[in-house]
Design a protein around this ligand. Sequence first.
Ligand code: LLP
Length: 413
Amino acid sequence: MKPVSYRDRALSMDGVDLSSIAAKAGTPCYVYSAAAILENFHAYDVAFENHPHTVCYAVKANGNLVVLRLLAGAGSGFDIVSGGELYRVLKAGGDPAKIVFSGVGKTAAEIDAALSAGIGFFNCESEPELALIDSLAHRRGVKARVALRVNPDVEAETHHHISTGRLAHKFGVDIGGAEGVYERARPLENLALEGVSCHIGSQLMNPRPVMDAVDRVMALIETLRARGFCINHADFGGGLGVEYKPDDAAPAIGEFVAALRARVAGKNLHVMIEPGRSIVGGAGVLLTRVLYRKNTGGKEFVIADAAMTDLIRPALYDAYHEILPVRENGRGKMIADVVGPVCETGDFLARGREITEVLPGDLLAIHTAGAYGFVQSSTYNGRPRAAEVLVENGSWRVIRKRETYEDLIRGEE
Ligand code: LLP
């Protein structure tokens, strides 16, 4: 389901007029559909059928407390990568037992906070990290359940900044050496070595590399079991792509999970996955108002009030986000760079893009902005961060206030 569509020439989300939200909440402003988020979560959950599983939503994609609370209420677990994300999930009422802690550089304080909260699993990325978790668990008199994150050495076929599964990447340990790592960790008495995890990259439009990784992990699990390790969990990470361009074709969540399920059926394994983008990406838009038009250097510029500080994906990954006018205006098309007010040439939302002709004052909706949008925003150039809004049951509310100038200087002397 696409939550955003035109009704009487006006763009609406789940029946709620986006221009009325912009008029009251101001711009730039992120708007998310609760229904779409829940639909995507359920698509994962239902597709596992009766295979034991936990869908651990990747908090990094969109960590707003209300979004987390929505997912916690639906039974979601959470994939976290920092103490800050742990704090958010606990504040949102997430079940600690369904939290998995990933990340290549966990600090002692973060590990200790996670042990104190009683999280479900640590996805460990190195031998020194295993040793640290063991010693901190010892001090607390607990046993930490851990999975080693292995690097299956597959090519994820995505942007090089968000591909993580090759040996040259900083993540995990080489799958070829994993057996040795488990053996060396065997004597660590405060670790329960019960799992194996992997994550090969993000925005994957082809599920085949993930399935290759699953096959490699399953082979490792067989070997580890033969060596007497009680491996009862496998975490296959996140990564499923979403449709940014009109002609993109992302794998369907149900089919993806079915292919995964077929590979783990009858293997006596609790399966975890960590989807982020595919749950929230398509569920959000960024609303921005056109400030100016100008033509310079033979190029047409649309200057909007949203910048790279609000949505950095185009600048950082050359990402494409569909841009549509919130009111269908019957004007023709134009080719323009849609840019923000920030003093950087790299501050753009689209370059050389064919869009409907727009004029100052018009509202634009930047599509598929629910994932890695607000969370990657900054206050560079003295720009307070945008408001976030949730559309739910036919109405809307602000779920994060627009930042103020006071917020910008908080903590400064
Ligand atoms: N699990 C781990 C260990 C991860 O590193 C990630 C994403 C996920 C799960 C969730 O992946 P997803 O299902 O969302 O693809 N900022 C970039 C994306 C970075 C992804 C980092 N890791 C972007 O805007 O495209």
